[in-house]
Every structure is written in structure tokens, then in C-alpha cells.
Design a protein around this ligand. Structure first.
Ligand SMILES: [Fe+2]
Length: 151
């Protein structure tokens, strides 16, 4: 039987990941709202698609925490305390700089998903371990698209 420490580490890891998803969701929406320039239409729509993907997983991850017996995030303050995604409060950012920032943030997310998957393995949480592969695939697709646009 995996010990309490492994379970606690998994819950912490999932809550960190959940915070990253909320933070990256809002950052992607910020760019969806503020993007400008000749690629406006493409980027405005792409950022919206990516934001929707991010938001859709927030409930899934929050409920993995609850199914593991943990308490999950309760507020925007909790998101700010646990996320590793840097805020960007500027409203006028070069469009390609936005693409590069989201590329790097999604790559960071891939690492955080990998850590959560490992923690799930150590805690014997097969369901999270299996789901994490889909989360990775989605995040890697975002990284791919953003990388190609930025090149
Ligand atoms: Fe919109």
C-alpha cells in the first residue's frame, strides 16, 4: 500500500497543476482579447481554442484531488500561490511575443503534468496516471502549433 506521504505529494502536485491550468487559461484569454496585428484573426481564434482546452481540464483535475481524498483550490488567491505560470498584465504585447510566451508556458505545463503522473504512480492512483497521457498530448499539441507559428 502506498503511504500517506505519497498520497499527500500527489494531492500537492495535482493542486499545483490545477493552479497552472487556471493561470494559463486566463493568460491565454488575455492574449485572445488583446492580440493585434496582421495575424489577428488566426491568433484570436487559436488562443480561444487553446483556452477552452485548458479550462475543460480544470474540473477534471480538481475532481481527481477530491477522489484522492484531498482538499482542492478554493480561490484565485490559492491559484496565485500555487501556479508556476507567470502573469502578464500588459495589454499591448507583440503578437509573436504572445505566441512564444504561451509556447514556453505550455512546455512548462508538460513538465508539471509529467511530475503529477509520476506522483500518481507512486501513490498508486492509476486513473490519474492514465489520464495524464491525454493531458500531455493536448499540451504538446499546443506547444507544436505555437512553435510552428513562432518559427
Ligand atoms: Fe472571445
Amino acid at each position: 500500500m502506498p503511504g500517506d506521504n505519497a498520497k499527500k505529494a500527489l494531492i500537492d502536485s495535482l493542486n499545483g497543476l490545477l493552479a497552472d491550468y487556471f493561470a494559463l487559461y486566463l493568460k491565454t484569454k488575455n492574449y485572445h482579447w488583446h492580440v493585434a496585428g496582421p495575424q489577428f484573426r488566426d491568433l484570436h481564434l487559436l488562443f480561444d481554442e487553446q483556452a477552452a482546452e485548458l479550462f475543460a481540464l480544470t474540473d477534471v483535475i480538481g475532481e481527481r484531488v477530491r477522489k484522492n481524498g484531498g482538499a482542492t483550490l478554493t480561490s484565485i488567491g490559492a491559484v496565485a500561490a500555487k501556479s508556476v505560470i507567470e502573469d502578464d498584465d500588459r495589454t499591448s504585447v507583440d503578437a509573436i511575443a504572445m505566441v512564444k510566451a504561451l509556447r514556453d508556458d505550455n512546455a512548462k505545463l508538460v513538465e508539471r503534468i509529467r511530475a503529477a503522473k509520476q506522483a500518481a504512480g507512486e501513490a498508486g492512483d492509476n486513473a490519474t496516471e492514465g489520464m495524464a497521457d491525454d493531458w500531455t498530448d493536448q499540451a504538446e499539441k499546443r506547444v507544436w502549433f505555437l512553435t510552428e507559428i513562432a518559427s
